[in-house]
Design a binder for this molecule. Structure first.
Ligand code: HSE
Length: 430
């Protein structure tokens, strides 16, 4: 057997502890698969005394994780600290400078610095592996980058944030409103430290930017991702979605259009019979559409200690076996800076929900605003009868341009009979 692969783990929180446990419990299996043992030779974490469920007495402890990354005995640095900057970035920079392979679960960091780090890893002749950074335990990076290499992909999309999916699923199943279900998600420990990352689409945007880069062989362009979260989704919209045959999901979508690559994260109405509509609770899913393979759907746990550890372990086995490719599938110099398509040019169908005064002529005014912006209506639902009071009116449109839809919404908002800002949700055709 070849000499052991010596790894250093920076960050022993939930994912770090899960990874150590997997490496200990599966040591024999991994050694057989990799053709050599994978040994935790060093660790670095804030709290030395916490019980991580494994014996760490043989590992060297470092206070300074960046110094650990420079340790000449170490072959691979596993960064599980998190955060786009600071210690996590220092550790990875130090590891690459000292020509050590890097495994990371850090989506924010890969979304912000992935292109530069990929080029540096390539220069150093080492791997930069990040399967755990997107969709936890789902092997999506390897699938897009290697297993689908024979295809041109037209579109990649998915449920990339388990917390938002849990909130939307629970709202639908229990009839509760957003704020109450968010509080429950936080109690259950699903939400990121800053819940805004989950519910405002930031976490999903990080993951989408990485996926788009892998899928389309372009530099990571986080700034080019349009992101909108789920705060404005109400129980009423969830009920109307059901009635119209849709389910509301927060999706990340990367798609080639005539104007360039579209990258967007926002709530979507998806037809109830599509595979993505059936992905519920904290589960994630990624769908890729290739010209030869057709549609590929991957579903699984997108977070949590063991699922994420499963992806870290897969990267380690690849490195131990000498199997690794450029981080984004092609050499850094060949990444193709496809232009990004502006959101205003997006074309799709829309769901609009208004609260209007129940009086004659209201629908005519709304229809006139749509007509003036050349937006074609597909259906209108008005429920209830409450003369002089607020009633919901729901419109769906045929495919139209985002900029026209936004202008029409501005006009509708300005109407005296429209009592609240209209709610708009894009309808996806899968
Ligand atoms: N907060 C993330 C989620 C965890 O809810 O999916 C994994 O990135």
């Amino acid at each position: 057997m070849k000499p052991a692969l010596k790894i250093a783990v920076a960050g022993l929180g939930t994912v770090g502890a899960g990874t150590l446990q997997l490496l200990a419990r599966q040591a024999e299996l991994l050694a057989t698969r990799a053709g050599r043992r994978i040994v935790v030779a060093a660790v670095s974490a804030r709290d030395r005394r916490r019980d991580r469920g494994v014996d760490l007495s043989a590992a060297r402890w470092y206070e300074d994780a960046a110094a650990m990354a420079a340790d000449p005995e170490i072959d691979v640095v596993v960064e599980l600290i998190g955060g786009a900057e600071g210690v996590a970035l220092n550790v990875i920079d130090s590891a690459l400078k000292h020509k050590k392979h890097v495994v990371t679960a850090n989506k924010a960091l890969m979304a912000e610095h992935g292109t530069r780090l990929a080029a540096e890893a390539e220069k150093a002749g080492v791997a930069l592996a990040f399967e755990a950074a997107v969709a936890g335990g789902i092997p999506v990076i390897k699938t897009l980058r290697e297993s689908l290499a024979g295809n041109r992909l037209a579109r990649v999309y998915g449920i990339l944030n388990g917390t938002s999916n849990f909130i939307l699923t629970t709202m639908r199943e229990t009839g509760r409103e957003f704020a109450e279900v968010l509080a429950e998600a936080q109690k259950l420990g699903y939400a990121e430290a800053d819940p805004s990352f989950d519910i405002d689409g930031v976490d999903a945007a990080h993951k989408l930017a990485i996926l788009a880069s892998v899928a389309f062989g372009r530099p990571v362009d986080l700034g080019g991702v349009y992101a909108e979260g789920i705060r404005h989704i109400s129980r009423l919209d969830i009920d109307f979605a059901e009635e119209l045959g849709y389910r509301i999901k927060l999706l990340g979508i990367a798609r080639l259009t005539d104007h360039g690559l579209e990258q967007r994260v926002h709530p979507c109405m998806v037809p109830r019979e599509t595979p993505i509509a059936a992905v519920e609770g904290v589960f994630n899913a990624v769908v890729a559409e290739g010209d030869f393979v057709g549609r590929v759907v991957l579903e699984g746990r997108g977070a949590g200690a063991f699922p994420t550890a499963s992806s870290v372990a897969a990267d380690l086995v690849d490195i131990a076996s000498g199997r690794y490719v450029p981080a984004f599938g092609v050499p850094a110099a060949s990444l193709n800076a496809l232009p990004g398509a502006a959101m205003e040019r997006h074309q799709g169908a829309y769901y609009i929900r208004l609260m209007v005064v129940d009086q004659p002529g209201v629908i005519a005014d709304v229809a006139a605003a749509l007509r003036d912006e050349h937006v074609s209506m597909e259906s209108v639902i008005q429920r209830g009868r409450a003369p002089g009071e607020a009633v919901p009116v729901v419109l769906t449109t045929h495919v139209t341009v985002e900029a026209a839809m936004q202008r029409a919404i501005e006009r509708i908002t300005a109407l005296g009979s429209v009592l609240e800002p209209p709610r708009m949700i894009r309808i996806e055709d899968f």
